[in-house]
Design a protein around this ligand. Structure first.
Ligand code: PLP
Length: 377
């Protein structure tokens, strides 16, 4: 679809000059020591560097248009996604966050009283919603490396199964499946089973085998891939995501989705897609900080799963409730309990100073525990 002249003009108007101190906000704010009133929030897998400078400018520039319904923005964003993903417009639907589209998928399975196969633990938005609207969910424990156990998941597929959910990289474990393994898995499934691949954290993966499987859609497979602007783009509060799949599936999701992105979300998403400097820098910084965290866990002898998202899942050596309390006493909020990994914690990679604060808290909690062990021993 060609962009109209009006659309092109307004797209370029959105791409205003880059503010100079690109990352100063997030970095500066983090230098302040956390307090009880303003704790350091490392529990939601947000990206504190965002939104990108171009997205911030687009958000500010949209205030005076907030009385308008989004119109040309829908086409502009759709066209930008079509160009990015190499698919046609009928393969893509946007939503108010990818969570909205996961819920739509849950509804599609639920209204047929179908079954979803998902890993345990995994991100619960789709299975949880599907369960509430009439689906059944079969959970398959992750393997010894805390990764999706694809052969056990394949074995769990029954006549009732309508979808298999693969969260890649997986939230909360952080592990990721290689693209080749997903391809063979999809090939092995009956034609009436859709593979839903949630790639919310894909941009943070650095294992060369781990890649998007969007190309399977172009080759006609029953695969839905979800992406979000909440993670690498750092716009969790703005609410924008999209799903890609076969046109019949996308049409069904469009019919039942309840919220499309706002004019702010669409303009900011469009600007952020073009902010390559921000995206590259964020990825580099998150991966470097993730390595600092895993390096420290190695030094402290704390096991962790191979981390491919903007978070690390590690064994605290104590019930997670006790660990949360100790972190909260230092004004740091960490991830909740993810059964059956009752001693494990999911920690979000923050800015560099936030990671410093977290690591010094971790060292002090580990030293306290060692002191207690010595007293008991
Ligand atoms: C795996 C996964 N998918 C989807 C989402 C939801 O993202 P959104 O903010 O786009 O609704 C999250 C949010 O944490 C997530 O972890």
């Amino acid at each position: 679809m060609n962009l109209s002249r009006r659309a092109l003009l307004s797209a370029s108007a959105l791409l205003v000059a880059r503010p100079r101190l690109a990352f100063s906000d997030a970095t500066h704010a983090a230098v302040k020591a956390p307090t009880a009133a303003e704790p350091l929030v490392l529990c939601w897998n947000e990206n504190p560097y965002g939104p990108s400078p171009l997205a911030r400018a687009a958000l500010n520039g949209t205030v005076s248009h907030a009385c308008r319904y989004p119109e040309q923005e829908i086409e502009l964003l759709q066209n930008a996604l079509v160009a990015k993903e190499g698919l046609s417009a009928d393969h893509i639907v946007t939503g108010s966050g990818s969570g909205e589209l996961l819920s739509a998928l849950g509804t599609l399975v639920g209204r047929e009283r179908g079954e979803i196969v998902a890993a345990e633990p995994t991100y619960l938005e789709l299975p949880g919603y599907a369960l509430r609207v009439g689906a059944t969910v079969k959970y398959v424990p992750v393997d010894a490396l805390l990764s999706h156990d694809l052969s056990a998941m394949r074995a769990a597929v029954s006549d009732k199964t309508r979808a298999v959910y693969l969260c890649n990289p997986n939230n909360p474990t952080g592990t990721a499946i290689g693209a080749a393994a997903i391809r063979s898995f999809v090939e092995s499934l009956p034609d009436n089973v859709t593979t839903i691949v949630d790639e919310a954290y894909m941009e943070f993966a650095d294992d060369p085998a781990v890649k998007s499987v969007t190309d399977l859609i172009g080759s006609g497979k029953r695969v839905v891939v979800l992406r979000t602007f909440s993670k690498i783009h750092g716009m969790a509060g703005v609410r924008c995501g999209y799903a890609m799949g076969q046109p019949d599936m996308i049409a069904s999701m469009t019919d039942i989705r309840m919220a499309s992105p706002s004019i702010f979300a669409m303009r900011a998403a469009l600007a952020s897609l073009g902010d390559h400097a921000f995206l590259t820098d964020t990825r580099r910084r998150v991966i470097a900080s993730r390595q600092r965290i895993t390096g420290e866990l190695d030094r402290l002898g704390m096991p962790y799963a191979k981390a491919q998202g903007n978070f690390v899942f590690f064994d605290t050596g104590m019930p997670i409730g006790a660990f949360q309390e100790r972190m909260l006493a230092r004004h740091i909020r960490v991830g909740r309990r993810f059964p059956p990994f009752d001693n494990w914690c999911r920690i979000t990679v923050g800015t560099e100073p936030q990671v410093d604060t977290f690591l010094s808290a971790l060292r002090s909690i580990a030293a306290e525990s060692r002191g207690r062990e010595r007293k008991i021993g």
